[in-house]
Design a binder for this molecule. Structure first.
Ligand code: BGC
Length: 807
């Protein structure tokens, strides 16, 4: 087939077409091949089954479930004729505010690797190519197109690359997607180190390396540094950019052939030319898939607090249950962006609870908080708001001035020019507090998540600390005295016209709806469904650590009238619970539980399912203490610039901000255990309605460094109901020559046990379990000497430990 192609036809195969396809070449009978996002459901091609994937999958700590989910997604892809599934995403959850953590897995490379391998095997077993992404170091959404992740090689090798390495060397993934960001100053799509040295060299990757959508910046650079397929269209890897380069030898034709062969070989290996990709044996509306979605949600929901054994609830002893909060209904199944699968019939927490509680239980529902637009519309500003629209992006030049009574009509805002020219808009308003107390100020834009804005109250930027990611809705609580007048300025950079900004202030107690207060006071028990959703947390922008606006106040208000208040959280990881956690007896984290989430939450609340999820991330107390916080935003003054010439277009200069990964190896629990400090809830933690005991640890006293070390111990269900425990094994290396994190996860096993039952667990530790990356020798190394094996149920609770000497 290759021999039949002209050079132009070969080059045509290096770029995608119609957003989600590879290019066809009818001359050799090669059709186009179809792609789809991704690991929470096969979206892109209509409604689908929405699963508890990503961070929720990681919370299951269940390798077999990862395989089952992969198989189910593979089937969903086949019945939609999809050849490439654009997942799994395996970037490390370095920081809780990163907008796509919910799509990824965990903060730990070992857990990610353990799950990604069976997941990929599951997808690919169905005749669908899996695509591991985003290679590499795409650990934030803030400025994701321009930012450079600057990181030393050891940190890269030990933390950020192993999940990709496992996907390639153990999962045999057939496609990899490069990330948007630069790594150490070089775009991923033309990064020699990542693509040629490591991926295709050391790991021997034989599949297709594709770009993320519009993440290619140089024709020759990409062609010569490993990129095989530019998606979604060939802006750089096209005849204009490459023909002359091949003719003059800057790019070797054998290099182009290699890229084409990678695609052709995969196509033949998968039989894409021998059978239709549409598999009539699978169902587009899949009842089996629905069961997998439920299983994932049940296995992932993590019980974090259960004072006085409030849970499980007994439906026979409950007459009235109040279900309150913005996440109670409609169902929140996933975060936002390209992974957002549209489920056929998602079950909300409200309907899940009502279905399970049955007709004898009265279920009262209130959203509890107003809709954002109502808050904007109902704000009683002192007078008209001044809207100054500048003919520039930096508030310079002579503005057009308009006035408006409120900044609402959030999605229909029509002020400002509509000629597509870049503008900056300054809103100036004043507000007088009628009563003394807490006020909520809120601003949000809704323009493809690309807008930026900054709020100032009396000249001071809020919220404090300012959330540098200024695209998500932003709110702050203001303490005002009766009669106090404040000046509010919002500087807004609309990405496109017309601009869409909403701005409002409300007296906090007035935010909480009267029915929510009454229902909460009357009910036997209250469930407050709080957390993020696909607007507040998603691709293209980072989220806040604080809960979305008004929710802290809502939980406080409910807990104040009903001590039997249970909070459920939706979101990609940890969030700020400080204002109310001590006031509520029970807390559970549902991550993004997919379409069956409401049923699963209800089953856990009522004890039909014993919770078994374990945190795949450390749940921090606050953002400031999070180990990545000091290192998260670009280093001031360290910007570099980049000159990019797209064939046939004017050159463009880009500013490249640099994020210094100064937190190094100390990501998540590696930081907390090394610093001897504690997050709110540690990595690996999760409660059950039963209790477990660990005993009889057996570790050989000594072993040779290259052998597999076998570690055994008992896990016993010491309580009175059946349940599942995740036994976790951490390794410490106190005699290492290099500084190492205090402990690292190197093994785990999920065990399901009847009351009183004991299971002996054996975990094999290979050489990698004891190794670190030697920066001088550029290889994995073991320092012989003392190691400590810890076994327990979280990174902080490891009741068993034993020493081992490696020779
Ligand atoms: C995302 C990828 C996704 C692609 C196609 C990009 O914006 O970063 O993860 O696969 O779009 O939808």
């Amino acid at each position: 087939m290759l021999a039949k192609l002209t050079l132009e036809q070969k080059i045509d195969l290096l770029g995608g077409v119609n957003e989600m396809f590879t290019n066809p070449v009818p001359a050799i009978g090669l059709p186009r091949f179809k792609m789809s996002d991704a690991s929470l459901g096969v979206r892109t091609w209509g409604p689908t089954t929405a699963y508890a994937g990503g961070v929720a999958l990681a919370a299951t700590w269940d390798r077999e479930f990862a395989r089952k989910l992969g198989e189910s997604l593979g089937k969903d892809a086949r019945t939609r004729g999809v050849n490439f599934l654009l997942g799994p995403g395996v970037n490390i959850a370095r920081s809780p505010i990163a907008g796509r953590n919910f799509e990824y897995l965990s903060e730990d490379p070992f857990l990610n690797s353990a799950l990604v391998v069976p997941f990929i095997e599951g997808v690919q077993s169905q005749g669908v190519i899996a695509t591991v992404k985003h290679y590499a170091l795409n650990d934030q959404e803030f400025n994701r197109h321009n930012v450079s992740s600057d990181v030393d090689e050891r940190t890269m090798r030990e933390i950020y690359l192993p999940s990709f390495e496992a996907a390639v060397t153990k999962g045999h993934v057939d496609a990899v997607m490069n990330s948007y960001n630069l790594v150490n100053g070089v775009h991923a799509t033309q990064n020699d180190f990542l693509n040629l040295k490591v991926l295709k060299g050391e790991w021997g990757f034989q599949g297709i390396l594709m770009s993320d959508w519009d993440s290619t910046y140089d024709s020759v650079g990409a062609a010569n540094n490993g990129l095989d397929l530019e998606m979604p269209s060939p802006r750089f890897m096209n005849a204009k950019g490459l023909l002359a380069a091949v003719t003059d030898g800057t790019v070797k034709e054998s290099m182009i052939d290699d890229k084409v062969l990678r695609l052709l070989r995969a196509v033949l290996r998968y039989g894409f030319l021998d059978r239709p990709q549409f598999d009539p044996a699978d169902s587009t509306y899949s009842v089996t898939g629905r069961a997998v979605a439920l299983e994932g949600a049940l296995e992932s929901i993590t019980l974090l607090k259960n004072d006085g054994a409030l849970l499980p609830l007994d439906p026979a002893r409950i007459k009235t249950i109040a279900v309150i909060g913005p996440n109670a209904w409609p169902a929140v199944t996933g975060g936002g962006g390209s992974s957002e699968a549209q489920p056929f019939e998602p079950v909300s927490i409200l309907t899940g609870i009502a279905n399970l509680a049955g007709p004898k239980v009265q279920v009262l529902y209130s959203r509890g908080l107003p809709e954002m637009n109502d808050l904007f519309r109902d704000t009683g500003w002192d007078g008209p708001i001044k809207v100054a629209t500048y003919p520039s992006r930096d508030f310079t030049g002579t503005p057009e001035i308009a006035t408006k009574p409120s900044i609402d009509n959030f999605t229909r805002e029509r002020h400002g020019p509509r000629d597509g020219t870049a503008r900056s808009v300054r809103y100036t308003a004043s507000y007088t507090a009628v009563k003394g107390g807490k006020y909520l100020i809120l601003a949000a834009s809704q323009s493809g998540h690309s807008d930026g804005f900054k709020m100032l109250v009396d000249g001071k930027q809020i919220p404090t600390p300012p959330h540098a990611e200024d695209q998500a809705p932003q709110s702050a609580t203001l303490d005002l005295t009766a009669g106090q007048r404040i000046n509010v300025v919002v500087d807004y950079l609309p990405h496109e016209t017309p601009p869409r900004l909403g701005l409002g202030i409300a007296y906090e107690p007035d935010l909480i709806s009267a029915d929510a207060r009454i229902f909460a006071a009357d009910a036997d028990v209250v469930v407050v469904a709080a957390g993020f959703n696909s607007i507040m947390e998603g691709e293209g922008h980072d989220r806040t650590f604080a809960l979305p606006w008004g929710q802290d106040a809502l939980i406080e208000a409910v807990a104040a009238v009903n001590p039997r208040t249970i909070v459920t959280l939706t979101g990609g990881g940890g969030m700020d619970t400080r204002r109310w956690l001590a006031k509520v007896p029970a807390l559970l984290h549902a991550y993004y539980p997919g379409q069956e989430g409401g049923t699963a939450v209800a089953q856990v609340l009522f004890g039909r399912h014993n919770p078994e999820g374990k945190l795949p991330v450390s749940f921090d107390n606050n953002w400031e203490e999070s180990p990545s916080a000091p290192w998260y935003y670009p280093v001031k003054g360290a910007d570099t610039s980049l000159h990019v010439t797209e064939p046939g277009r004017e050159p463009v200069d880009y500013v490249i901000p640099h994020v210094n990964y100064g937190d190094g190896l100390l990501v998540g629990y590696r930081y907390w255990t090394t610093a001897g400090k504690h997050p709110l809830y540690p990595f690996g933690f999760g409660l059950s309605y039963t209790t477990f005991g660990f005993s009889k640890l057996e570790v050989p006293a000594s072993a040779t460094a290259s052998s597999t070390v076998s570690v055994s111990f008992n896990v016993t269900n010491t309580g009175s109901v059946a349940g599942a425990e995740v036994a976790q094994l951490y390794v410490s290396d106190p005699s290492a020559k290099a500084a190492r994190p205090e402990r690292e996860l190197k093994g785990f096993e999920k065990v399901r046990l009847a009351p009183g039952e004991t299971r002996r667990v054996t975990i094999g530790l290979d050489a990698r379990a004891f190794s670190y990356w030697d920066e001088t020798a550029h290889k994995w190394t073991i320092d012989p000497g003392k190691f400590v094996i810890h076994v327990g149920d979280s990174s902080e609770n490891t009741p068993l430990s034993a020493e081992l000497t490696l020779k």
